[in-house]
Ligand binder design. Sequence first.
Ligand SMILES: NC(=O)c1ccc[n+]([C@@H]2O[C@H](COP(=O)([O-])OP(=O)(O)OC[C@H]3O[C@@H](n4cnc5c(N)ncnc54)[C@H](O)[C@@H]3O)[C@@H](O)[C@H]2O)c1
Ligand SMILES: O=C(O)[C@H](O)[C@@H](O)[C@H](O)[C@H](O)COP(=O)(O)O
Length: 291
Amino acid sequence: MELGLVGLGKMGGNMRERIRRAGHTVVGYDRNPDLADVHSLEELVGKLSAPRVVWVMVPAGEATQATVDRLGELLEPGDVVVDGGNSRWTDDEKHAEELAAKGIGFVDCGVSGGVWGLENGYALMYGGDAENVARVQPVFDALKPEGDFGAVHAGKVGAGHFAKMVHNGIEYAMMQAYAEGWELLEKVDSVENVREVFRSWQEGTVIRSWLLDLAVNALDDDEHLDGLRGYAQDSGEGRWTVEAAIDNAVPLPAITASLFARFASRQDDSPQMKMIAALRNQFGGHAVEKK
Ligand SMILES: NC(=O)c1ccc[n+]([C@@H]2O[C@H](COP(=O)([O-])OP(=O)(O)OC[C@H]3O[C@@H](n4cnc5c(N)ncnc54)[C@H](O)[C@@H]3O)[C@@H](O)[C@H]2O)c1
Ligand SMILES: O=C(O)[C@H](O)[C@@H](O)[C@H](O)[C@H](O)COP(=O)(O)O
C-alpha cells in the first residue's frame, strides 16, 4: 500500500525504512529538507492516491496538533490519519472529532522500541474504529515485531496512547529499580565487579529483561557511568500516568516515586532539604552544613 509519513527523525526515519522493506510505498515529509522525500504536506498528500493513510510521527503537543490541523485541511473524506507519536491520550478524542467532521478517520498508535525498532520491530498499541484500523493494518503488520506478540488493538480512540502511557510509567519504575540496585552495589566494597553482577543477571534470573540488557550495554561503554551527569529529563508520559492514577484513585507508589526521582535529579542543591536541615536545627540543635 501507499503511506504518507510525517516526521522522519529517530523514529520516523527508521519506520520509513522498515515499511519500505515490507514492500510498501512511503512518501515521507519532514520540516528538515535533508530527511524528506517531498517539500511540503501539500506535496505529500498530492503524491498519494485516495483513499490515503498518513502517519504522523512528530513531537507530541504543538507539532502534532499543527500537523493534524493541516492534514484536516488537505485530506479528503475517506482518508485516515494515524498519530504514532507519544501524544497525551486526551488529545486523541479531540483529533478524532475534528477530523471526523471532515469525513476523515483517525487512529492513535502508541509505538515502542526506540532506535532498535528498525531491526527488532516496533511494539504497537492502537485505538480507533475497526474500519479505520483495518485501513492501516498492512502498515501495522510491517512495523510490528515478528511472532505472535507486539501489536494490539487496545480499544476505541485514545486506548492506544493510554496503553503506551501506562507502558512508559512501568518503564520509569523498572529503570528506577535497576538504577537504585546498581547504586547500592557500587557503594559497597564487598562487591568488586558490579558490571559482571549485572551481566550475570541477564540469564536465568527473575529480573532479566531488555532494560537490563541495555544497562549492561551502557556499563560496557562506561563501566561506572563516569562520563554522565546524574540528570534525567522526562517527556510527559510519566506525569500523565500519575495524573490518570489520581483521576481514577489508583495507587501508583513506584511509578510516582520514579517520576519524582527524575525531578530531584535536576536540582543541584535541594530547596526542600535546606528546609529539613533548618527544621532539624531549630527543634533539635542538629548540625547544618553552611554554604
Ligand atoms: N525516540 C523514541 O524512542 C520514541 C519511541 C516511541 C515514540 N516516540 C515518539 O515519536 C515521535 C517522534 O520521536 P523521535 O524520537 O523520532 O523524535 P525526533 O526529534 O528524532 O524526530 C522528530 C522529527 O519530526 C520533525 N518535525 C518536527 N515538527 C515537525 C512538523 N511540524 N512537520 C514536519 N516535521 C516535523 C523534526 O524535524 C524531526 O525530524 C515523538 O512523538 C516521540 O515522543 C519516540
Ligand atoms: O517505549 C519506548 O520506545 C520509549 O518509552 C519511548 O517512547 C521514548 O524513549 C520515551 O518517550 C522516553 O520517555 P521519557 O522522555 O519520558 O523518559
